[in-house]
Write a protein that binds this ligand. Structure first.
Ligand SMILES: C=C(O[C@@H]1C=C(C(=O)O)C=C[C@H]1O)C(=O)O
Length: 127
Protein backbone atom coordinates (compact mmCIF):
# COMPACT_ATOMS: atom_id res chain seq x y z
CA UNK A 1 0.00 0.00 0.00
CA UNK A 2 1.35 3.47 -0.81
CA UNK A 3 2.39 5.65 2.12
CA UNK A 4 0.34 8.72 3.06
CA UNK A 5 2.30 11.82 2.02
CA UNK A 6 2.09 15.38 3.26
CA UNK A 7 0.33 17.18 0.45
CA UNK A 8 -1.36 20.57 0.58
CA UNK A 9 -4.64 19.37 2.09
CA UNK A 10 -2.96 17.40 4.87
CA UNK A 11 -0.61 20.32 5.63
CA UNK A 12 -3.48 22.80 5.95
CA UNK A 13 -5.64 20.40 7.99
CA UNK A 14 -6.23 21.82 11.44
CA UNK A 15 -6.65 18.87 13.82
CA UNK A 16 -7.96 21.28 16.46
CA UNK A 17 -10.73 22.75 14.30
CA UNK A 18 -13.83 22.68 16.47
CA UNK A 19 -17.11 24.42 17.09
CA UNK A 20 -16.53 23.79 20.79
CA UNK A 21 -13.57 26.19 21.30
CA UNK A 22 -14.43 28.45 24.23
CA UNK A 23 -17.52 26.37 25.03
CA UNK A 24 -15.91 23.72 27.24
CA UNK A 25 -13.06 23.42 29.75
CA UNK A 26 -9.55 23.12 28.24
CA UNK A 27 -9.15 19.76 30.01
CA UNK A 28 -12.17 18.36 28.16
CA UNK A 29 -10.94 19.81 24.85
CA UNK A 30 -7.51 18.23 25.38
CA UNK A 31 -9.08 14.81 25.89
CA UNK A 32 -11.32 15.34 22.86
CA UNK A 33 -8.34 16.33 20.68
CA UNK A 34 -6.40 13.32 21.84
CA UNK A 35 -9.23 10.93 20.84
CA UNK A 36 -9.72 12.84 17.58
CA UNK A 37 -6.02 12.25 16.78
CA UNK A 38 -6.82 8.52 16.64
CA UNK A 39 -9.95 9.16 14.56
CA UNK A 40 -7.84 11.15 12.06
CA UNK A 41 -5.37 8.27 11.79
CA UNK A 42 -8.19 5.77 11.19
CA UNK A 43 -9.73 8.03 8.54
CA UNK A 44 -6.40 8.29 6.72
CA UNK A 45 -6.04 4.49 6.79
CA UNK A 46 -9.60 4.06 5.50
CA UNK A 47 -8.90 6.36 2.54
CA UNK A 48 -5.68 4.56 1.62
CA UNK A 49 -7.29 1.12 2.08
CA UNK A 50 -10.23 2.10 -0.11
CA UNK A 51 -7.85 3.44 -2.77
CA UNK A 52 -6.04 0.07 -2.84
CA UNK A 53 -9.36 -1.80 -3.02
CA UNK A 54 -10.47 0.34 -5.96
CA UNK A 55 -7.14 -0.29 -7.72
CA UNK A 56 -7.84 -4.05 -7.46
CA UNK A 57 -11.47 -3.73 -8.59
CA UNK A 58 -10.37 -1.60 -11.58
CA UNK A 59 -8.19 -4.55 -12.65
CA UNK A 60 -11.25 -6.82 -12.38
CA UNK A 61 -13.20 -4.29 -14.47
CA UNK A 62 -10.63 -4.39 -17.28
CA UNK A 63 -10.51 -8.19 -17.17
CA UNK A 64 -14.32 -8.37 -17.39
CA UNK A 65 -14.46 -5.86 -20.25
CA UNK A 66 -11.79 -7.73 -22.21
CA UNK A 67 -13.71 -10.99 -21.87
CA UNK A 68 -17.22 -9.49 -22.27
CA UNK A 69 -18.26 -10.46 -18.72
CA UNK A 70 -21.07 -8.64 -16.88
CA UNK A 71 -20.06 -5.80 -14.49
CA UNK A 72 -21.76 -7.36 -11.46
CA UNK A 73 -21.56 -10.83 -9.95
CA UNK A 74 -24.57 -11.27 -7.62
CA UNK A 75 -23.48 -14.67 -6.23
CA UNK A 76 -20.06 -13.29 -5.30
CA UNK A 77 -21.76 -10.30 -3.63
CA UNK A 78 -24.08 -12.58 -1.63
CA UNK A 79 -21.09 -14.57 -0.33
CA UNK A 80 -19.15 -11.36 0.51
CA UNK A 81 -22.09 -9.88 2.40
CA UNK A 82 -22.59 -13.04 4.43
CA UNK A 83 -18.87 -13.10 5.30
CA UNK A 84 -18.76 -9.41 6.15
CA UNK A 85 -21.82 -9.66 8.39
CA UNK A 86 -20.18 -12.50 10.27
CA UNK A 87 -16.87 -10.57 10.59
CA UNK A 88 -18.80 -7.51 11.77
CA UNK A 89 -20.59 -9.57 14.42
CA UNK A 90 -17.23 -10.91 15.69
CA UNK A 91 -15.78 -7.39 15.70
CA UNK A 92 -18.78 -5.87 17.54
CA UNK A 93 -19.66 -3.75 14.53
CA UNK A 94 -23.33 -3.51 13.54
CA UNK A 95 -23.77 -6.12 10.73
CA UNK A 96 -26.51 -3.97 9.14
CA UNK A 97 -24.06 -1.09 8.89
CA UNK A 98 -21.34 -3.40 7.48
CA UNK A 99 -23.75 -4.67 4.82
CA UNK A 100 -24.88 -1.15 3.86
CA UNK A 101 -21.25 0.01 3.68
CA UNK A 102 -20.21 -2.91 1.45
CA UNK A 103 -23.23 -2.45 -0.81
CA UNK A 104 -22.38 1.25 -1.12
CA UNK A 105 -18.82 0.42 -2.22
CA UNK A 106 -19.90 -2.41 -4.54
CA UNK A 107 -22.45 -0.20 -6.30
CA UNK A 108 -19.67 2.32 -7.05
CA UNK A 109 -17.41 -0.50 -8.30
CA UNK A 110 -20.19 -1.75 -10.62
CA UNK A 111 -20.62 1.78 -11.95
CA UNK A 112 -16.87 1.86 -12.73
CA UNK A 113 -17.09 -1.56 -14.41
CA UNK A 114 -19.99 -0.40 -16.55
CA UNK A 115 -17.97 2.65 -17.56
CA UNK A 116 -14.90 0.54 -18.40
CA UNK A 117 -17.09 -1.83 -20.44
CA UNK A 118 -18.74 1.06 -22.33
CA UNK A 119 -15.34 2.65 -23.15
CA UNK A 120 -14.01 -0.72 -24.22
CA UNK A 121 -16.95 -1.17 -26.62
CA UNK A 122 -16.77 2.37 -28.00
CA UNK A 123 -13.03 1.89 -28.61
CA UNK A 124 -14.03 -0.96 -30.94
CA UNK A 125 -12.20 -3.52 -28.83
CA UNK A 126 -14.99 -6.03 -29.37
CA UNK A 127 -15.31 -5.44 -33.13
C1 LIG B 1 -14.97 -6.71 -8.14
C2 LIG B 1 -15.91 -7.43 -8.76
O1 LIG B 1 -17.03 -6.85 -9.37
C3 LIG B 1 -18.20 -6.46 -8.64
C4 LIG B 1 -17.82 -5.76 -7.41
C5 LIG B 1 -17.54 -6.47 -6.27
C6 LIG B 1 -16.76 -5.85 -5.15
O2 LIG B 1 -16.61 -4.62 -5.12
O3 LIG B 1 -16.26 -6.62 -4.29
C7 LIG B 1 -17.98 -7.80 -6.16
C8 LIG B 1 -18.69 -8.40 -7.16
C9 LIG B 1 -19.04 -7.72 -8.41
O4 LIG B 1 -20.43 -7.41 -8.42
C10 LIG B 1 -15.80 -8.90 -8.89
O5 LIG B 1 -16.55 -9.49 -9.66
O6 LIG B 1 -14.93 -9.48 -8.22
Amino acid sequence: MSEPNLNESTQTFDPHASSLQGEVQQEVLDELFSIRGSIDNFDAQLVYLLAERFKATQRVGHLKATHQLPPSDPNREKAQIERLRSLAHEAHLDPEFAEKFLNFIISEVIRHHQHISDSHKSNGADA
